[in-house]
Every structure is written in C-alpha cells, then in structure tokens.
Design a binder for this molecule. Structure first.
Ligand code: 3HC
Length: 693
C-alpha cells in the first residue's frame, strides 16, 4: 500500500492497482482528492506490471461531488477537468467502483472511467441543478452519449438520484456486484475486462445515441415547453438544455468548452449562491446548540391523532407511510368515516399514478385504527392534536389527554398560531408538550415547524426532530410567539398587500409582482384558494375590510367561483371588475386618495417588513439561525429557492439598503415599519444575518 497523499492510497494486487480515496464525510472532490486521483492514476500507469486500475472510496460513499463549500474560492491543485482527462486518457482500463452515492462531479469522475461497477444499493446522479449549477465536468456531454438525449435532459434537469439497477438498465453502470463485496467484485470485473481484452471504452467516443437525436431536433423545444412551469425563474435548467443540445451538435471537445463557459456563468450567479446557501441551511437546521445529537430519544412506535379533518388525516398519512400504526380519533362517526375515506382516496390516487401498489394502499390502511374514543390513545407514544384552532377547545383536550396518555408520551399540538405554553399549562406535564406545526396538505408539504415551549424537555425536542426526519420533513425548531416564524412573517406581507390595494394597486398587480419575484402564487390568489371565509362569520362581519365585504357578497374564493378574482368552470382566474369597484368604494369610504403604486413599491412593502420581522424573531431568540427562517419560507410558503429565503435576500440586497427603505417607510407610513434593533445594528456594522454572531 502506497500513500499518494493525505487522502489517497494506491495498492497493487497482481496486475491490478486499486486507488482508494478516503476523505470523509463524503469524499467530495477537494483539491487533495483531485490531486490524489491524478497522481494515483499517473503512478499506476507508470508501474509496468499494472494492467488495470480500480478507483474506489472508503467510508460511506463514492465521491459525492465537487466540494460545494469551495465554489467561489480561488482554485487550488489539479483541476477537475485535468483529473478527468488523465483518467480517460490512461493507458489501461480504469474502473469506478461505486457504493453510496456517486453524485455530480463524483459521477462525472465515474463517467470518465472506462467502466463502472456498483453495488445494488448505490445511487448515481447529477444533482448540480439543485445548486443552481450544471454538471461542469463533462456530465452534460457524456451522459447523453450513454442514455440518449431525452433521458439525459430528464436526469440532469431533475437532479434525481438513480438506483444502481436502473443505472444498469440505462447503461450508466456496466455491472452490479454483490452488496458488501465491492472491492472483490470490482477486481473480478477488472480481471474479466483484461481476460476478454476489452477495449478502453471512452464515453466521449460514443455516438449512436447522438446520431438518433440529430434526426429529432424538436426534442429540445418540446422539453422546454413541457417543463416551463417547473423551471420558471430558474436559470440552470435552460443552461443544461443548451449544453445537451451542444452535445448533440458539436464535437466532444467543443461541447466541453461550451459546458465550461455556461458552468462558470452559473457558478458566479446569484441564483447558485442562494441555492448553495440553501444546501447548507438544510443541513444546519438539524443542529441544535442546546440539544446535542446524543440527547436521549423517547419511544415513538405508536402514534395517536386527534381530529380526522384535512390536517389530521394528512398528518396521519406521514406516519402510515413509514409503517407506524396510527390511532385516529374523532367526535362523530360521520366525520371519522369521511376522514378515513379521504386518506384511502389519497392513497388510491397515488396508486393510480403508479407510485404505490394496491397492496401498499391496503397495508397502510391496515395500520390505521379509527375510533371515537380518546381513551384509545392510552398506549400512544406520540399524540398529535389537530382539532379546531380555538384555545379553549385545545386546553380542554390537553387536560383530558393528560389523564389518558401514558407517562412519557409526547403530547403535540398542530396549532399554527396559538400559545403552546398556555396549552401545555393545561396539563400536569408541560415538559412533554410541544408544537408540531404541519403545513397543508400535511402529507405533501415538506416543512414542519417544531415549536418548543418554555418547559418542553430536550428529549421531547430530540424525539420530534428525529421523527420529522424519518417522515421526510425538514424541521425548523422555533419558539413560542404568535404565528411562530412562518405565519408571523406572513402577517406582515398580508397586511401590506391589503393596504397597497387600498392605496392604489389592484390585487392582480400585487399578485403579479410577487409571482414575478418567484412565488408560485400571489397573496390574493392564495386567499381565494384557501377560502376567504376561514374564520369569518356573517354575524361578526363589520364590512370594514375587503375580505369581509367579499364574504358578505358570497364571493368566498375559488370554491364559490368568485373571490378577489372571477373564476370559470376550470378555475381559471380573471381580474374582477366588481372587486375593482368595491375597492374604489372602500378606499373612498376610508378617505384614501388613491395614487399610482409602482411595482418596486409593491415588492419592497411586501418583502422588507418580512425581513424586518425575521430580524425581530432572531433578536427574540424565536429562531436559532437566520437560515432556519429561510428554510421555513422556502419549504412552507413557496419562497423561490433561487432567492435563498427572506433573510438571505435581505443579506444579498445589503442590510443597509433594507434598513434605509424601512426608515423611509417608517417616516411615511408609521410604526409597522420601524427597523428592528438587529437590522439597525447589522446594517450599521456592515454585516449580514448569515455572518456568525
Ligand atoms: N461538498 C461539501 N460538503 C458536502 C458535500 C459536498 N459535495 N456533500 C455533502 N457535504 C457535507 C454536508 O454539508 C454534511 O456536512 P455536515 O455534517 O457538516 O453538516 C456532510 O457532508 C454529510 O452530508 P449529509 O448530511 O447530506 O449526509 P447524507 O448522508 O444525508 O447525504 C449525500 C449524503 C447524498 C452525499 C448528500 O450530502 C448530498 O446530496 N450531497 C451533495 C451532492 C451534490 O450536490 N453534488 C454535486 C456537487 S456540485 C458538482 O459536483 C459540480 C461538478 O459538476 C463540477
């Protein structure tokens, strides 16, 4: 065994050399790894007894890609492209031995090898798009030569990880070897290549798939059209499509140069900076300064849910999906039956789309125990309440649960805004009470706000976070305050949206500006979708807000065919002349002289107060990090990932810019705009939310 450098070793077994990379945690392509690879290949080639080379990784995975933290820093060591060139040009067959995940630059290393073998549990993919990038080491040029243009477009623009068996079918790997036997399997494969005297298979030289694509140039336009909605706002997918087009139309080296130039543009783009920030934010969110990884966790094998409405049912599905038995409680049989039927229908719809079998559906439903008796929750390890959003109702329920649930059970409320401490105080065990704020539809939305009460114990927090991960959510730990992080900030945007409409904009102006910014929907279209009558009653209606006026007229949103917009039978929205007239009347009644409101003002008035509120949340310690707030907004409210979240957005504008605008609004519009202390402080110091405290 020869040590090549700190992360690479070369070992020769007979006439086959094995180059092992060992750079935890994920063998990312750091300068050391690249140098080690290039030097290792050169040393193996210089040894006259060596006739083949296997590249393998120690630890949990093959190379998981370029070192994301190194983008934007001065380049060091052998470049990735040089490294790959040296592999492809080696005089002997080079075989990539893949376990774990060969992703991005890691899979590109494998594609530069002459052969690839993998264990069945391995996965390969080019996830650069998720970082606002494209594969910059030949992925866009080599993959279409193996899998064809349509597959390549799909794989690279989705960034999906593909299991080893599917990789084998598509030709992305050449053979599977037994699980746990990667080294032996790769060596055996290498011997076979030598015995059969197989040629050095260079992907760059493959052409048959490209020839086929040349006769179908319309593929690219069709792909763009089919994915227009999914790609809206993102720069990377279009660059990827152009690179794959180049793979078809240009000689390999020119295609590589084209890929390089577009890659460099993307690396320098604000979108990629935002998406790389999000990558690390998604990982930071699990790190809790005062709840270390070794905090004991409580059992969580049986789940109880109170309330079989839309929320309760959706929450239940999360646990059924991972095979946990769920007892679901309602107060009336018809409501219970409806709730259970909805869960079944949701699963059956998934089955119709081919993503579950009917056996899966039955298995999941068999784990569900519907009941009218709260006492049935006596053996639940975790009880989640998803009943009507009313403090008195919740307190009564938690007092009952306190008498029923077993000692140590986690008692969670799904409230989206009520005081978790007050709910906890209705029990004799506030340390067991926590908020688990799921977002609707709860079986689909990725975000979970885990709301820590003043007395919530650390094991209860650790258990909740761990469970969140298990059910595939991204969880942000937040503190108790009205609306927690997400809805508290949303309230700022909603207030301004309403106000702007009275001052001179129309709902569709506000929606257009926010959709152009990157949200999937504007606030008014969103309200129409949710229903304007949520929490509204005719008796209590004062006719003083647009929402009340619309509800009084039975314009309650999409479900009544009219709200802020008019809807046709297919629920297509058009601006409503009736609403326009009502807005003008309300403004006159309120003595407001309407004026032209610019798009820039709409954006600043809706977004900057959110950033300011986020700063207050940080100041009050209701979120651990600015990036946790960004995770909430990206995963719960459709904030475009390519803008990194509200706090990152504030940072990228410059906090001085946000602060100055808030001061200007404060002088003109009042206290809602007073810059927070933290915003003032960071702006004065020229610092950012994301800088270490
Ligand atoms: N660069 C730098 N750090 C990385 C990294 C990378 N490519 N991939 C993972 N890490 C770090 C994580 O930040 C984390 O660090 P932490 O422990 O300090 O938080 C640690 O490695 C472990 O990662 P995960 O927590 O994500 O571990 P998992 O086991 O859950 O997942 C993984 C492993 C599937 C490899 C996942 O980390 C992943 O998807 N990584 C990113 C893969 C990727 O995007 N590759 C493409 C990079 S861009 C590129 O290659 C450009 C090229 O075309 C030129």
């Amino acid at each position: 065994m020869t040590s090549i450098n700190s992360v690479t070793e070369l070992d020769v077994e007979g006439d086959i050399a094995v180059l092992t990379l060992n750079s935890p945690p994920v063998n990312a392509l750091s300068a050391d790894v690249r140098d080690g690879l290039a030097l290792g290949v050169a040393q193996a080639a210089a040894n006259p007894t060596v006739r083949a080379l296997v590249i393998i990784c120690a630890g949990k995975t093959f190379i998981a890609g370029a070192d994301i933290a190194a983008f934007g820093k001065p380049p060091k060591g052998t470049s990735t492209l040089e490294t790959l060139r040296s592999i492809e040009a080696a005089r002997m067959p080079v075989i990539a031995a893949i376990h774990g995940t060969a992703l991005g630059g890691g899979f590109e290393v494998a594609l530069a090898c002459h052969y690839r073998v993998a264990v069945p549990s391995a996965k390969c993919g080019l996830p650069e798009v998720k970082l606002g990038l494209l594969p910059g080491a030949g992925g866009t040029q080599r993959l279409p030569r193996i899998v064809g243009v349509e597959n390549a477009l799909e794989i690279i623009t989705s960034g999906q990880q593909i299991g080893a068996r599917a990789c084998l079918e598509k030709g992305m790997v050449d053979a599977l070897v037994d699980e746990g036997q990667l080294r032996q399997g790769a060596l055996a494969f290498a011997r076979q290549v030598l015995a059969e005297n197989r040629p050095l298979k260079k992907v760059r030289d493959l052409d048959d798939k490209l020839v086929a694509a040349r006769s179908k140039p319309e593929v690219f336009a069709e792909f763009r059209k089919a994915n227009a909605k999914k790609f809206r706002g993102f720069e990377a997918p279009e660059s990827i499509i152009r690179c794959v087009e180049a793979a078809v139309n240009l000689p390999f080296d020119e295609g590589m140069a084209f890929e390089r130039s577009l890659f460099l543009e993307l690396v320098a783009s604000s979108q990629s900076a935002a998406q790389r920030y999000v990558f690390f934010a998604e990982r930071a969110v699990w790190k809790l300064p005062d709840v270390p990884d070794d905090t004991p966790v409580l059992p969580a094998a049986r789940v109880g849910i109170v309330g079989a409405g839309t929320m309760g049912g959706g929450i239940a599905m999360n646990f059924l999906n991972i095979g946990l038995p769920v007892t679901i409680v309602e107060t009336r049989q018809d409501a219970l039956d409806r709730g259970v039927a909805t869960i079944r229908r949701n699963y059956e719809n998934t089955a119709k789309r081919g993503r579950l079998t009917l056996t899966d559906v039955d298995q999941r439903m068999a784990l569900l125990t519907p009941t009218l008796s709260l006492d049935a929750l006596a053996d639940s390890d975790l009880v989640i309440e998803a009943v009507f959003e009313d403090m008195a109702v919740k307190k009564t329920l938690f007092a009952r649960l306190d008498t029923i649930a077993k000692p140590g059970a986690v008692l969670a409320t799904n409230t989206s805004r009520l005081d978790v401490n007050e709910i906890a105080a209705a029990t004799t065990r506030p340390e067991s009470v926590i908020g688990l704020h799921f977002f609707s539809p709860a079986n689909v939305m990725r975000l979970l706000e885990v709301v820590r009460g003043d007395k919530t114990s650390k094991p209860v927090i650790a258990t909740s976070m761990k469970l969140a991960r298990k059910i595939g959510k991204i969880a942000a730990l937040v503190g108790v305050c009205p609306g927690f992080v997400g809805n508290r900030m949303l309230a700022q945007r909603q207030r301004e949206a309403q106000q702007l409409v009275l001052e001179g904009a129309m709902p569709w102006d506000v929606d257009r500006v926010l959709v152009d910014f990157g949200f999937p929907m504007g606030p008014f279209a969103m309200s129409d979708l949710a229903g304007l009558d949520l929490g509204w009653t005719r008796e209590a209606s004062t006719g003083q807000t647009m929402r009340e006026i619309l509800c009084e007229l039975d314009r309650r949103g999409q479900k009544t065919g009219a709200g802020y917009y008019d809807y046709d039978a297919q629920r297509n929205a058009t601006p409503s002349p009736v609403v326009e007239k009502l807005i003008l009347e309300l403004a006159t009644r309120k003595g407001i002289t309407r004026r032209a409101v610019s798009d820039a003002e709409i954006l600043e008035r809706c977004i900057y107060p959110m950033v300011n509120e986020g700063a207050k949340i940080l100041e009050e310690g209701k979120a651990i990090r600015a990036s946790d707030i960004d995770i909430v907004w990206i995963n719960g409210y459709g904030w475009p990932a390519y803008r990194g979240g509200p706090m990152f957005y504030g940072d990228s504008l410059g906090l001085g810019v946000v602060r100055d605008k808030m001061r200007e609004f404060h002088a003109r519009l009042g206290d809602d705009f007073r810059p927070s202390n933290l915003l003032e402080k960071l702006a004065n110091e020229g610092r950012r939310f994301q800088d270490p405290a």
